[in-house]
Write a protein that binds this ligand. Structure first.
Ligand code: PLP
Length: 393
């Protein structure tokens, strides 16, 4: 059988061109071709993030967790008040990082599969007057997507810095960093950006850079905005610089991956098309999943992400389904929210796979056949047909 299809919420299937770029002999960090790739990658990040000219992109070696830590460490000081919007496993991680930084953290809570209403977050901001609002754009543990526009604008209007963890969203879910007034938007290379794991990617707006300048407790040197900003500025201007060795192979792949997303035309048009591709793939899969009797964990369509599906096991089916799907050539993921992790499984559909009819149909087929093998009566052929029909509509 072919190599199994990787349909988890990161790492994801990557495009052939990105794969080639990542597999090239590692360039030196001071050679001309690398500097050109880095300059283009940084400029393209502004386009993908929909960030303004005064925002600063950062590319640092590490995972999404490091990007989260970098954001928190540079805008949160000991004693600061921080409000976190609870959506699941990853918002809890963001809260823990803020606590370790010495912040006084208030969590606006929500049950698994839910997101707090913007009005509840507004109440918390009124009451607490925090310095920072921390939000997980899509919580990969539950497939819940928050109202990022509502929350970013709320924070901006209240003079609160907003930090958005976009690790399972950036490049796939609508986000307008500049227009909405968000202050930090971060992700990792192995999610919707479509690269192998290894890069922490973050864009900080001017208010976030200013917050770093005002810190009493300095951030760890390796993730300090101040240490990295001159390096990023130099590379974007086509000049070499050094603070710590960049992941040169991945930066080359980043240039290719971001160019696949935004190209050289109007970034607003390219990003709208990219977001629409993910919305279409998610909607088509939902048709197929509904036919198979799989209901989403997220409580309503408005908060259901387009980058992954968290699906409740039907009666009589449990976590053994994941292995049965794997035997049919597709890798999906188990549940992750501590309160309900044995009640659902997760299917990633971002990046290259979201644009591949074959990958999406193979996924529905493998899940359907695994369900039948486990004793759940369902019409697999009809599920595949419904998915295909939605994709070609
Ligand atoms: C994957 C993910 C992370 C963690 O990223 P790592 O690369 O695993 O460190 C953080 N937040 C969200 C929303 C994620 O999806």
């Amino acid at each position: 059988m072919d190599r199994p299809l990787l349909m988890i919420p990161g790492p994801i299937e990557i495009s052939p061109a990105v794969q080639r770029a990542a597999a090239a002999p590692p360039p030196g960090h001071l050679v001309a071709s690398f500097m050109e790739d880095f300059a283009r990658a940084l400029a393209a990040m502004r386009d993908v993030w929909r960030a303004g000219p005064d925002a600063q992109p950062f590319v640092v070696s590490g995972s999404g967790t490091l990007a989260m830590e970098m954001a928190i460490a540079n805008v949160v000081d000991a004693g600061d008040r921080v409000v976190i919007v609870q959506t699941g496993f990853f918002s809890d991680r963001l809260a823990e990082m803020a606590r370790r930084r010495g912040a006084v953290v208030t969590v606006v809570t929500a049950d698994a599969g839910c997101a707090p209403p913007v009005a509840s977050v507004a109440d918390a901001i009124d009451r607490i007057k925090p310095k920072v609002l921390g939000v997980t754009h899509v919580d990969t543990s539950t497939g819940v997507r928050v109202d990022a526009e509502g929350l970013a604008k709320l924070a901006r209007a209240a003079g609160v810095l907003s930090v958005f963890d976009g690790v399972c969203a950036t490049g796939a879910e609508p986000f307008e960093m500049e227009a909405w007034g968000a202050d930090v938007y971060l992700t990792a290379s192995q999610k919707a950006i479509g690269l192998p794991p290894g890069l922490a990617l973050l864009v900080a707006g001017p208010r976030a850079i200013e917050a770093r300048a005002g810190l009493k407790a300095l951030p760890p040197l390796s993730i300090d905005f101040d240490a990295w900003q001159p390096v990023m500025q130099a590379y974007e201007a086509g000049r070499p610089s050094y603070f710590a060795t960049p992941a040169t192979s991945l930066v080359g792949a980043l240039r290719v991956g971001l160019d696949e997303i935004v190209g050289t035309g109007d970034p607003a048009v390219a990003m709208a098309a990219r977001w629409a591709m993910h919305a279409r793939a998610a909607a088509a899969l939902r048709e197929g999943f509904a036919e198979l009797g799989l209901l989403p964990l997220p409580a309503s369509p408005e908060i259901t992400a387009n980058t992954l599906s968290a699906l409740l096991y039907p009666a009589g089916i449990g976590p053994a389904l994941v292995g049965a799907v794997r035997e049919r050539g597709v890798i999906v993921a188990g549940g992750l929210h501590p309160a309900r992790k044995d009640a659902y499984f997760r299917v990633g559909h971002m990046g290259w796979a979201a644009g591949s009819t074959d990958a999406l149909l193979r996924t529905v087929l493998a899940i359907g056949e695994a369900l039948v093998a486990q004793g759940h009566a369902t019409d697999v052929e009809q599920a595949v047909t419904r998915t295909a029909a939605a994709l070609s509509a």
